[in-house]
Design a protein around this ligand. Structure first.
Ligand code: UD1
Ligand code: PEP
Length: 431
């Protein structure tokens, strides 16, 4: 089993470049299924385990995929008739596989996808996705661990109010609606930058999506979509993770490619703590010195504080002064990392949906296990300042969402090493 071994105590300095966003590339690759003519060329595709998984799903649906690692480019030809079924082996590995349901349903009038089920951060139902398909005229049924959606003729444009601005439901409804008859209006839509990226991609293929990035998205259905070229936006969560790496080590790092407008909540909270963040020509400069101040944070849908930065901010807060509170409102069970932080002598307790921290903690190196993707990063970040050596296992979580995290940290001066054989496998092709 691979491990990342971190020896704490070095301030990070230098420049780091972030990859294309995992949470943008997954829906975009799924949406590529909508093109029944031509090829889609997707640029800035990060070489992540999750990208490999979605590419496997796409191939299983009868598309041709060509990967050009030197250009970080994936070329998808989905012009042949599509299969309608996405298997459990893919959906189990990665819940975002459910995002193929909208495009398959729109193209084939029938889609059968294994039910994703819960995961380490919560139960994660898909009722809002299905409510959208139903409003567009699909009938939904369940059986043998699958969910099926079926429609006679084309899906029909509809008005859909989401009970919660779910990212995945907004994406699945957008792609289904792109080929529907008439106009679909999504109210209380998710406003994440990745939604805007997906809308731009659909429009590049000849779709008519307006209002992405606001609460109301209007999608005028078209008869056919044609392959197009699209470049994935930079990963705001990877950017944020390196911002925390700079701050937690009281270092000075420039994050090339970061988009500050995508990270306003994180930037504000880190500034409130006393971290200096400036926009420079090279990228976002993050510098911290001496004592930082604890703050209170509540995770919210965008533009609120992102849940995907919650555990990394917890690491940073443990090095600040005063009482800090982090409240998780997006997922019901995203505090699995707290126990691992305690192993590192973290002084935190869970009260309902909040974690209360008496900071600073006297962090000590320990053997810890990643409990989910962002927890993996957060434990490594804590290891950068803990006294002694931290060994982080269960790196399959890390590999879902970070490309060469250990190497990028080492290039900034961290004493970090990955040992084991999975790393070699990790660097093989995406398809
Ligand atoms: C691949 C991807 O982009 N993943 C991101 C996406 O996940 P994902 O798209 O799964 O997140 P959602 O916004 O859908 O989920 C947010 C909350 O809504 C609930 N919910 C969702 C759908 C539904 O039909 N019913 C329902 O109750 C979920 O259980 C969860 O509690 O957004 C999350 C919230 O920003 C991020 O943490 C994930 O990194
Ligand atoms: C929760 C995350 O991803 P996913 O929705 O793919 O599990 C994440 O990126 O932190």
């Amino acid at each position: 089993m691979d491990k990342i071994i971190v020896k704490g105590g070095r301030a990070l300095t230098g420049n780091v470049r972030v990859e294309g966003a995992k949470n943008a590339v997954l829906p975009v690759l799924a949406a590529a299924l909508l093109a029944s003519k031509g090829k889609n060329i997707i640029n800035e595709v990060p070489s992540l385990a999750d990208v490999k998984t979605i590419n496997e799903v796409l191939r299983s649906l009868n598309t041709k995929i060509d990967y050009k690692p030197e250009n970080k480019q994936v070329i998808i030809d989905s012009s042949a008739p599509l299969e309608s079924e996405a298997q459990f082996e893919y959906v189990r590995k990665m819940r975002a596989s459910i995002l193929v349901m909208g495009p398959i349903l729109a193209r084939n009038g029938f889609a059968r996808v294994a039910l994703p089920g819960g995961c380490a951060i919560g139960s994660r139902p898909i009722d809002q996705h299905l409510k959208g398909f139903e409003a567009m005229g699909a009938s939904i049924s369940f059986g043998q661990g699958f969910v099926e959606a079926r429609t006679e003729g084309r899906l029909q444009g509809a008005k859909i109010y989401l009970d919660f601005p779910s990212v995945g439901a907004t994406e699945n409804i957008m792609t289904a609606a792109a080929l529907a008859e008439g106009t679909t209006v999504i109210e209380n839509a998710a406003k994440e930058p990745e939604i805007v990226d997906l809308a731009n991609f659909i429009n590049n293929m000849g779709g008519k999506v307006k209002g992405a990035g606001t609460d109301v998205i209007k999608i005028e259905g078209v008869k056919e979509l044609v392959g197009a070229e699209h470049t994935i936006i930079p990963d705001r969560i990877e950017s944020g993770t390196f911002m925390v790496a700079a701050a937690i080590t009281r270092g000075d790092v420039i994050i090339e490619n970061a988009v500050p407008e995508h990270m306003t909540a994180l930037i504000s909270k880190m500034q409130e703590m006393g971290v200096k963040i400036t926009e420079t020509e090279q990228g976002l400069r993050v510098k911290a010195e001496g004592e930082l101040k604890s703050v209170d944070i509540k995770t919210m849908p965008h533009p609120g504080f992102p849940t995907d930065m919650q555990s990394q901010m917890m690491s940073l807060m443990m090095t600040a002064h005063g009482t800090g509170i982090i409240t998780e409102t997006v997922f019901e069970n995203r505090f699995m990392h707290v126990e691992e932080f305690r192993r590192m002598n973290g002084n935190l307790k869970i009260e309902g949906r909040s974690v209360i921290m008496e900071n600073p903690s006297d962090l000590q190196g320990a053997e810890v296990a990643a409990t989910d993707l962002r927890a993996a990063a957060a434990l490594i970040l804590a290891g950068l300042v803990a006294d002694g050596i931290t060994r982080v296992t269960e790196l399959k979580h890390l590999d879902r969402g970070y490309v060469n995290f250990d190497k990028k940290l080492a290039a900034l001066g961290a004493d970090v090493e990955r040992v084991g054989s999975e790393s070699a496998e990790r660097e093989t092709q995406l398809v």
